[in-house]
Design a protein around this ligand. Sequence first.
Ligand SMILES: NC(=O)c1ccc[n+]([C@@H]2O[C@H](COP(=O)([O-])OP(=O)(O)OC[C@H]3O[C@@H](n4cnc5c(N)ncnc54)[C@H](O)[C@@H]3O)[C@@H](O)[C@H]2O)c1
Length: 327
Amino acid sequence: MIFKHYSSYLFMKTLVTGGAGFIGSHLVDALIKNNHHVIIVDSLIDGHMENLRATLDSSFCNFLQKDIRDSDFMLNELDPVDIIYHLAADPDVRNSVSKPLNSYDHNMNGTINILEYMRKHVIQKMVFASSGGTVYGDVNQFPMTEELKLCPISPYGASKAAAEMYLSAYSHTYQMKIVSVRFANIFGERSQHGVGFDFYNKLKKDSKQLTILGDGTQQKSYLHVSDAIDAIIRVGKSLDVQEKPYEYYNVGSEEWYTVDEIAAIYEELLGLNNVTHEYSGGKRGWVGDVNKMLLSIEKIKKLGYEACVPFKDGVQLYIEWLAKQKI
Ligand SMILES: NC(=O)c1ccc[n+]([C@@H]2O[C@H](COP(=O)([O-])OP(=O)(O)OC[C@H]3O[C@@H](n4cnc5c(N)ncnc54)[C@H](O)[C@@H]3O)[C@@H](O)[C@H]2O)c1
């Protein structure tokens, strides 16, 4: 992974929630390279200490195995910081359908605790990991701009949209500057969920046949994690000059692929021929799955962001990493 340096960020005391997770651990790596002093709060419900191997020994990194839903810890034990990157969440869209209260509890109650922690210590800056793939729901306008109304169709999407409403309210009420990044599907090294992870593991087990959720025509946008980290750090830096209390940016690429096309790319890069496909059927992978998603990234481009890793190159990097894992 290539780290970019953002010079105005020297020795900021920074809280990263969910820092042992897939995206959070890459963010921690990048922040430490950019001289932040990082405090990680992660319950490890889904994260892995292995993700933090490169940074945990740094004197600029403190890891706290704690749950953001624990309001006593958040309000009475956690030291104040200069800026918060809030990524801790139950990120599983599919499971949110069978266990809707999980996403409510981690994503809504957890976020309220972060906001109360900010209010208590007069912390003014927060970057929030929202979800462009779910907060807008089913739309018929592509690419999807930030001005679309939020109309989620999954409990996960609802928890992110509801959290954004509270971010807006707190930022306006308590003189905070908060920004949400509405991510497309993020993939890459350290990811242990998503369509690519699923296809890779299925094809390793059976290189002749692949079961695909839905009818294969679902079409979405994917972004390599290195571009996601560039975006999230850019928006964090933009808080210094952000005029509105609350801002939000889509973060994605300008490419989108059907699930069938993704299967073909994985098969090609794994050197597999004549794989037969079976389909679970239906226009969606599962109940609550948005069928089509391509985010407009014109707004975040104004911060100098661009998606640098083409999808196929990102898949190649991801496959190389997966091949080295014992998952
Ligand atoms: N991966 C994507 O494609 C994607 C897309 C849109 C938004 N997001 C959002 O980005 C963030 C990071 O996603 P990810 O893919 O890295 O997921 P992840 O599961 O790898 O990371 C989430 C981390 O949060 C921790 N966590 C969960 N609940 C917690 C709690 N109550 N207290 C403390 N820690 C807790 C987990 O242990 C894990 O380490 C999440 O907020 C997710 O909703 C991800």
